[in-house]
Design a protein around this ligand. Structure first.
Ligand code: ADP
Ligand code: F6P
Length: 324
């Protein structure tokens, strides 16, 4: 099967995620060891539409496994959401001898990949987003690094918050997903978390709890607010006014997306990248690499995009029990 492959393209798309470089490195090295050429497409679908490509060799991916971000750069591209943009993208792949395209990114990037697959480009998609919000997989590259970065930042905020006997509202990333917020809620021992989709968020109860805990001598109160809920500054002001406890908001923002990937993101990125090349040399296409019950698996891209997932009820239950 591999003799028929001209070359494979690889791109990173959407928000970057620590560990993307480990995936790129694994794809390039595994492909080259199977005598397959690799073309790196720069800046996601935007770069594809502009024909921005470089040949990737073993030396191109040396000394990158420990680096955050993506050596291929990334972008968002409105034009690629149109039929015309997708047709142009597929033609550019064909004109450049790209038989397979490896797309590293989140759900949005996978939607674009699915469109290309419908236009005859063979696709392998690898989940990489700090949000952990891709339904078909238990793991997405970048989550481990991001959640550890957020956890460490919240520990620091908690120190100063305690010294000053303040309440802290910490806003973590996650677009419409609450995974970073839930994990930090548990890992930081937060007093409260606000997560999209969880309807029992109750500000009145939160205020009552702060007042009660103040009376009992509690010196800090950490609230983790998911980006999808937002309004952290306003929430902090309302808490100060209603409780008399000084409340401050910190929006962690992009610091959660940068930094050297953890061992888990390097390890999983490397395995997922190698697995993608195994799929290619075995003649499989239009597949999403995923983790199920801790093992690597692959799904048809249409099936994968039709799946849904939500916050694990037991994990939320554990946080609730321990947060009081
Ligand atoms: P992520 O991949 O992290 O979810 P986005 O949702 O921003 O990030 O999507 C990244 C890019 O994928 C978009 O800028 C666009 O180019 C492409 N994309 C997203 N949704 C679609 C879609 N429905 N059809 C085609 N391309 C899409
Ligand atoms: O999808 C990853 C992510 O970091 C989300 O958590 C966040 O909502 C979004 O990207 C931010 O994107 P940008 O860097 O374009 O503001």
């Amino acid at each position: 099967m591999k003799d028929q492959i001209n070359s494979i393209g690889i791109l990173t798309s959407g928000g970057d995620a620590p560990g993307m470089n480990a995936v790129i490195r694994a794809v390039v090295k595994a492909a080259i060891s199977n005598n397959i050429k690799v073309k790196g497409i720069l800046k996601g679908y935007n770069g594809l539409l502009n024909g921005e490509m470089i040949n990737l060799e073993n030396h191109s991916v040396s000394d990158i496994i420990q680096r955050g971000g993506t050596i291929l750069y990334t972008d968002r591209c409105e034009e690629f959401k149109t039929d015309e943009g997708q047709k142009r993208g597929a033609k550019i792949c064909r004109d450049n001898g790209i038989d397979y395209l490896v797309v590293i990114g989140g759900d949005g990037s996978f939607c674009g990949a699915k469109k290309l697959s419908e236009l005859g480009i063979k696709i392998i998609a690898i989940p990489a987003t700090i949000d952990l919000d891709i339904a078909c997989t238990e793991y997405t590259i970048g989550f481990d690094t991001a959640v550890n970065t957020a956890m460490e930042a919240i520990d620091r905020i908690k120190d100063t918050s305690t010294s000053h006997e303040r309440c802290s509202v910490v806003e973590v990333m996650g677009r419409n997903a609450g995974y970073i917020a839930l994990w930090c809620g548990i890992a930081n021992g937060a007093e409260d978390i606000f997560i999209p989709g969880i309807r029992n968020t109750n500000e009145e109860k939160l205020i009552e709890n702060i007042k009660k805990n103040r009376k009992n001598g509690k010196k800090h109160y950490i609230i983790i607010n998911a980006e999808g809920i937002g309004g952290s500054e306003e929430l902090a002001k309302r808490i100060s006014k209603a409780t008399g406890m000084e409340a401050r908001a910190t929006i962690l923002g992009h610091l959660q997306r940068g930094g050297s990937p953890t061992a888990k993101d390097r390890f999983m990125g490397t395995l997922m990248g190698s697995y993608a090349v195994d799929l290619i040399i075995n003649g499989k296409s239009n597949r999403v690499v995923a983790v199920k019950n801790g093992a690597l698996v692959d799904y048809d891209i249409v099936e994968a995009l039709n799946m849904s997932k939500s916050i694990d009820e037991y994990q939320y239950h554990v946080y609730k029990i321990l947060s009081n």
